[in-house]
Write a protein that binds this ligand. Sequence first.
Ligand code: WT7
Length: 565
Amino acid sequence: MDEEIFKKTPGKTPNLNEYTKNQYSAEKQIEMWNGKINAAHNAIDRHCTTWRKNKIALIWEGEKEERKYTFNDLREETNRFANLLVELGIKKGDRAFIFLPRVPELYIGFLGIVKTGAIAGTMFSAFGPDAIKDRLKDSGASILITNSELKKRVDAVRHELPELRHIILTDSEKATHDTIPFSEAKKMPDKFDVARMDPEENAFMLYTSGTTGKPKGVVHCHWAIMHQHMTAKWVLDLQDDDIYWCTADPGWVTGIAYEILGNWSNGATTLVHEGRFDPEKWYSLIQKHKVTIWYTAPTAIRMLMQSGESYKKYDMSSLRHMCSVGEPLNPEAIRWGIKAFGLAFHDTWWQTETGGMLICNYICLDMKIGSMGKPFPGITASIVDDAGKELPIGEEGNLAIKPGWPSMMKVIWNNPKKYEEYFKGGWYISGDRAKMDKDGYFWFIGRADDVIKTAGERVGPFEVESALIEHKAVAEAGVIGKPDPTRGEIIKAFLKLRPGFSPSPQLENEIKEFIKSRLAGHAYPREIAFVESLPKTRSGKIMRRVLKARELGLPVGDLSTLEEY
Ligand code: WT7
């Protein structure tokens, strides 16, 4: 293995051994009531009995305005909203979902739901009606918070969602036959009796994709905040004088764990940018708010690299620490960070299912550029074979974790069998392939399954294929992730057309638009190839592995089970 090492100078750096000590005295970090807990109380309310009460918790950069909320503001607003939910009949364990862009109501709504003891679910605002239907139907959500524009996509599938009782709209002032304005919360008391939960009780959920089947509802418990708190503290190094910016969307797990829970649990002033990615806007936000800690993703970093040297026009000197997550962080991106900002992006590895960072680079640790780093203290990671047996150092295999860390998913909603499938030979099997070197650093190799990572977002090929065959021209569809220098991977679809349809650029565009509007704006195939036939097993399963090998010009491997080729 080629090793390019980024040396750290010792100084004011977190000492990881402290974590192991502190881990066993959780009460010092997390506030509990005789063994009971609430994650939202820990994120917000408990700061309000300290000097942090009037500290800025949220700096919100909206499209048109900027707003600031102190911890006490958020305590009161989330209490009011929780009271509204109770008035609407919400009960412990109910599912309440949020389908919003990054507006303050998303954050207030999420914490308000968690305060009541219900389960808060999030959906990325690029989702279309099909994706929304799958999630709301499977979770049996009874309450949805959204806005008038996004509600149109819900209306298209509302008849299939009998359990959805209330829709709360952030941008309306008047109740209608099927909606309640979010602003009703203003009339509610600012005090709320926060639900005291068992640590293992459910707090939030979000849907994520696997190789086959519909997206899975990954559910996390209140105790997850313990791990989110500790990792935010030791990996992000959040301190009281920091201005922290996480560029993720709470439709994905990073935006929940480190833009709501772990960050605020540490009392960190957090910047949220409503708008989309834009290099100059991003630099100007860092300059304007004097951002010190920045948590972002490889695709964004690569896009910044490609946008030239515009960072030179802005004052980036406030930055003191940068981290990355979601997909492989290539060495060029790290080298560029060092050149542009004098700082290295610190890679972190984790998943929706793990609820928090597990393998990371740390301020105090020399960085092997290109490695994901080392397991967080208290976490045992290893490389195992398909039977769950540990493999020798340097060998490629399945990246596996010893179960039992505080933010490990508790349930796959409605699907205990899927949950069980993650565990083998006493290990949680991540679905990633990796190796570990002699110094204990982990190196990412790729996914062990067909899951696609496009611009850091996880997409299941089955979901895209199912949406594609809904189009009248498509008879069969096979979908793969094709390597892309900027986005990591792009979605490529191989389509066999129905009789009477023939390939054309118009048809290609029509199909792309169809997927964008039905499934999701980010999960459409950027490339389409029309084919005469698709490689299939005798039982009729499309062999994506063959499509991918052909696309990449690699050996296709054993084809003995192929029926069509
Ligand atoms: C998958 C999980 C964790 C929050 C966002 C993603 C890939 C994640 C890295 C990394 C290489 C990474 C893996 C993983 N991934 N971090 N540092 N290096 N790959 O959560 O959507 O559940 O995706 O993202 O393949 O399994 P997610």
